[in-house]
Design a binder for this molecule. Sequence first.
Ligand code: UDP
Ligand code: MG
Length: 323
Amino acid sequence: MEETKEEMKKISLIVPCYNEESCLLAFDREIAKVAEQMQGYDFEVLYVNDGSADGTLAMIRGFSQNRPYVRYLSFSRNFGKEAAMYAGFCNATGDYVAVMDADLQDPPHILPEMVKILETGEYDSVATRRVDRAGEPPIRSFFARMFYKVINKISDADVVDGARDYRLMRREMVDVIVEMGERNRFSKGIFGWIGFRTYWYDFENVERAAGETKWNFWKLFKYSIDGIVSFSQMPLTIASWMGVACTGFSLLAIIFIVVRKLLWGDEVQGWASNMCVMIFIGGVQLFCLGVIGQYVGKTYVETKKRPHYIVSECSDEKIKKIG
Ligand code: UDP
Ligand code: MG
């Protein structure tokens, strides 16, 4: 009996929650079912309350009193899902660790199957992707597809279209993720960048159980820029090439103007074309400065080395309060 206890693997489930009071009851019920199926394993659910303004924290506190497998930590404010996942990875104690959304868009019932796939020993992580984007606004789907095309072309992180953050990983992989302490976090890129053997589990898109998505178009746009800047220097290269192209073009224009002056003399004309060139060059310069600015700004944030998250309340002493 003692021996089997020692060999028993532990599974950690990280659940980032931001204003999820309308989903959490249903979520807790689903997780209880999964916990039931995980008899051969140690099981923990680590809720990360990301500064919710509703009753989320109170509900999570309740779960931790009623369910022996529930732990939690609560941020001092909203730090974003990336920080919530990072805090989860830092504090999960399992041999296998999974991240799962609280809105039941990441079906909990496939978790046992994911564990089985990992147990075959052929893979280091089981990642999920949705094969369709049913129920999503068409514009959002369009831009999402474009984003995946672009980022895969210009970076060496393999970011899979439709991939969710829902994924089960071995401890080795989690340790690497914790080690990657960058502040501008783009987990889909990080998962792809670190490599390891990944099994892709496909499922059909599930709509949110209740409540609303925390992402609007603008937030997603900013997140995609973060992703690109974090994993590619191609925008800087494009800026240099634009500079080269403009210089080449201006050389041609100078030759043209000088020859024209020598052959036909100097007449004062061409104000319109002059303005066009000035405005164009000004635009290109500002654009390139903006691109450089993006990288400088990110570098600034990284060099400050501020914590990713700050915990104001947690379930046990093992939780790292600042990380
Ligand atoms: N989330 C979070 N912090 C945030 C935004 C979202 O922890 O600032 C959590 C949220 O509670 C949910 C998950 O991240 O569990 C995914 O959020 P959402 O469902 O809004 O995103 P979507 O599924 O629409 O991409
Ligand atoms: Mg969701």
